[in-house]
Design a protein around this ligand. Structure first.
Ligand SMILES: [Zn+2]
Ligand SMILES: [Zn+2]
Ligand SMILES: [Zn+2]
Length: 424
């Protein structure tokens, strides 16, 4: 993520800030421009609370409905003074919420705010990647929607399963409870379990449906997917059982980003998708800080990097990997200095990078199809059918392992050697 600053007083800001710690001004996020703007109250005759954003003073804005719960700081354009107003204006991110927990329960509010914080970071990434994300109003059958649910009080009743089903993402509120989530992480032998990771993983399932399945069973996209990730038509239930009975296959690190990714091609895709989002967001943050890595060791040149490109619009996946590996080496080392677990407790194998490259290409295709999405109904026929997509878009050609640059190969070797001695 980029760095924000108060447009009134230049105070550095976090994405989640709702007011400036220095000048006290209210802050709101403008999703169209990706700016966290300082605000001034707008003077109106109709009594509607509206704001002028210093970053976009020509338009009045209102806060998303969820701002009253301190769960959102995003803005929506306000209606003109005196015109009928939407009683429930929801921002681009919150317009996807189908169910939120009972907010009369204090614990639910605390946990839901954490969930919203992660969800807004997810949407920031989706907007930066220019990915389509119709909600259920726009696509009632398969639009992207969220249910944030609490386990029933009866311990014998079925638990809420965090997962994805045809565009609907369910998150169990328990995942927002740090102690409980950490207990699950240890039980599941996972090196990493976060709310943001859940969102990025589950939305990966949505984009598989959206960008791979909808391309068509006989499409080049599907053939490339099956070639890299395996045949997703294998029985999911059997795969799940086999994974929990037997664990991941020996040597899984050579082919997958995580042990969970070995379970089924869908999970492999979702895990790899999440890593892609982790990587581009981390690199954007590193670049925003002007982070430059140049280790003071004899191989420091090989492990050096400066992020001077836009990771969300990187040319190639190698460009991302060659920047990301040195950053992870540095930040993992910083974390170890603080007695924390590794910031990125994973090793990227050449096979995993080929899968990341597939996702990189998918995002590019989706982005290049995006202008047609803005034409409303035409989008459904143009983007949703494989032949048109293929006629207008380049075919996905993923990077072969032997095509990787020398720099990437050197970095991967160093990274895998470092990972031989993990902290956790
Ligand atoms: Zn300020
Ligand atoms: Zn909102
Ligand atoms: Zn999954």
């Amino acid at each position: 993520m980029k760095l924000f600053e108060c447009l009134a007083c230049s105070q550095p800001l976090y994405f989640e800030n709702t007011s400036c710690e220095s000048c006290g001004r209210r802050l709101g996020f403008l999703p169209e421009s990706g700016v966290l703007s300082a605000l001034e109250p707008a003077q109106r005759s109709d009594g509607v609370e509206a704001w002028l954003a210093l970053a976009a003073p020509e338009q009045q804005y209102r806060f998303c409905c969820n701002a009253v719960h301190d769960a959102c700081n995003w803005l929506v354009p306000a209606e003109a003074d005196g015109m009928p107003v939407d009683p429930e204006p929801y921002c681009t991110a919150c317009a996807h919420n189908r169910t939120v927990p009972d907010l009369s329960v204090p614990e639910n509010i605390t946990n839901w705010r954490r969930i919203e914080s992660a969800k807004h970071r997810l949407f920031h990434g989706l907007l930066r990647l220019d990915l389509p994300h119709e909600n259920r109003d726009m696509d009632p059958e398969e639009g992207l929607a969220f249910d944030f649910l609490v386990d029933p009080p009866d311990p014998s009743a079925p638990r809420i399963i965090t997962g994805h089903d045809n565009g609907l993402i369910t998150i169990n509120l328990v995942e927002a409870d740090d102690a409980k989530r950490e207990r699950i992480r240890v039980q599941m032998h996972e090196p990493y379990r976060t709310l943001l990771g859940h969102f990025r993983h589950e939305v990966g399932h949505y984009y598989w449906e959206r960008l791979v399945r909808r391309a068509g069973d006989n499409s080049e996209t599907m053939a490339t997917f099956r070639n890299l990730f395996g045949d997703e038509r294998q029985d999911y239930g059997n795969s799940l059982k086999a994974h929990y009975d037997n664990g991941p296959p020996a040597g899984w690190q050579d082919g997958y980003v995580s042990a969970y990714a070995t379970m089924h091609p869908w999970e492999d895709f979702a895990e790899t998708w999440a890593h892609y989002m982790h990587i581009v967001d981390t690199l954007e943050t590193a670049g925003a800080f002007g982070l430059r890595v140049k280790p003071r060791i004899s191989r420091g040149e090989e492990l050096g990097v400066r992020v001077d490109f836009d990771p969300y619009h990187a040319e190639t996946v190698e460009q991302l990997i060659e920047a990301f590996l040195p950053v992870t080496f540095a930040v993992n080392s910083l974390n170890r200095s603080m007695g924390q677990q590794d910031f990125y407790p994973f090793v990227l194998s050449p096979a995993a990078i080929s899968k990341l490259d597939f996702i990189h290409q998918l995002c590019r295709q989706a982005r290049e199809g995006q202008p047609r999405m803005l034409q409303g109904a035409q989008f459904q026929t143009t983007f949703g059918t494989a032949p048109m997509l293929q006629a207008n878009q380049p075919q996905i050609e993923t990077v072969a392992e032997q095509d990787m640059t020398e720099q990437t190969t050197v970095l991967l070797t160093v990274a895998s050697q470092l990972a031989l001695d993990p902290v956790a």
